[in-house]
Design a protein around this ligand. Structure first.
Ligand code: HSE
Length: 324
């Protein structure tokens, strides 16, 4: 029997960054942890609020993803012991499902000696998620620019600017990606397409060259945010005015409902920006939690151990790192 135990720490992510719908993503300093080893019988230990309602049989996403890796690598490990804890809120637009997919891919690959290269894991993750933006960010860390044609995903990773920080406002309600995608039109005008090509290109160039002052103009979008705004009361006002309160720019995080502001880490305006976001949502009757998050420079951090060696439980192991 396979004699390894693998622990993977995987970051959350924000997708789109405004105009880069299904294309741009950035990893964030909010994490999930997955522990995996071969077992006699499949068992799950799922900890924390984010794991409620997650299946604990072989229909579990982590199990399914792991089996895909084994199949791809031509090995058989039908029974697994899987533990998971996540600080990443579910269905809020912070890439929780992408983190689970990437974490499970990395854990299963690590368990069998990492035969699959990252590029292959990216292809598998993109296919599973249906778009490359969140999975690319969780897999490679930093800012990831990606494109997928349904067959092949390509990407370039950018190092986030050292001064870049983010403020997320996470509304108390959930919004499924499916519902938020359903709100989108099937066709858009040439003028809106050109608008977005311009903004998205400008944003990538600004992030790559460190011209943070351009972000507020580059983060504008006509492809998805205007259509999703009715689902998130307060969103339009926040996107329009966040820069007046000191943000470098603001966007809907992924499919929402979380809103994300990019901020200069040294800005003195951070408290007033946080207040503006919370007050604007509150005016609409929406309670929200704010978090200051840094870009996460790394993708999954993998620890491989001898399964026979004594080990603390997952929660004991990560207790100094969890935030919730
Ligand atoms: N690009 C995706 C969307 C991210 O906006 O629908 C959410 O998973």
């Amino acid at each position: 029997m396979n004699n390894r135990r693998v622990i993977v720490k995987v970051p959350a992510s924000t997708a789109n960054l405004g105009p880069g719908f299904d294309t741009l993503g950035m990893a964030l300093s909010l994490y999930a942890w997955i522990e995996m080893s071969a077992a006699e019988t499949t068992t799950f230990r799922l900890y924390g609020d984010q794991m409620q309602g997650i299946p604990t049989d072989k229909s579990n996403l982590l199990y399914q993803v792991a089996q895909l890796v084994f199949e791809e690598a031509g090995v058989s490990i039908p029974e697994l012991d899987i533990a998971m804890y996540s600080d990443i809120p579910l269905t809020r637009g912070l890439g929780s499902s992408a983190s689970a997919i990437v974490g499970a891919l990395a854990a299963a690959n690590g368990l069998i000696g990492s035969p699959l290269p990252d590029h292959k894991l990216f292809q598998l993750a993109t296919k599973l998620e249906g778009h490359p933006d969140n999975v690319g960010a969780s897999l490679f860390g930093g800012i990831v620019v990606s494109a997928w044609d349904g067959e092949r995903a390509d990407y370039v990773r950018l190092e986030p600017h050292a001064k870049l920080e983010t403020l997320v406002a996470i509304p108390a309600f959930q919004l499924s990606t499916e519902k938020a995608r359903h709100a989108l039109p099937s066709q858009i005008s040439m003028a809106d397409a050109v608008f977005n090509v311009g903004r998205s290109s400008l944003l990538v160039a600004a992030l790559a060259s460190g011209e943070l002052g351009l972000i507020r103009h580059a983060m504008r979008d006509r492809l998805h945010q205007p259509y999703r705004a009715p689902l998130i009361p307060g969103m339009s006002a926040i996107l329009e005015h966040a820069a007046d309160y000191g943000a470098l720019g603001a966007a809907l995080s992924g499919a929402g409902p979380t809103l994300i502001a990019f901020v200069d880490a040294d800005s003195k305006d951070k408290p007033q920006l946080e207040q503006f976001l919370l007050a604007t949502l509150k005016q609409e009757g929406i309670e929200a939690e704010t978090m200051w998050l840094k870009p996460s420079a790394e993708g999954p951090v993998i620890t491989v151990e001898d399964a026979a060696s004594p080990a603390p439980g997952l929660m004991e192991r990560i207790k100094g790192e969890v935030v919730r």
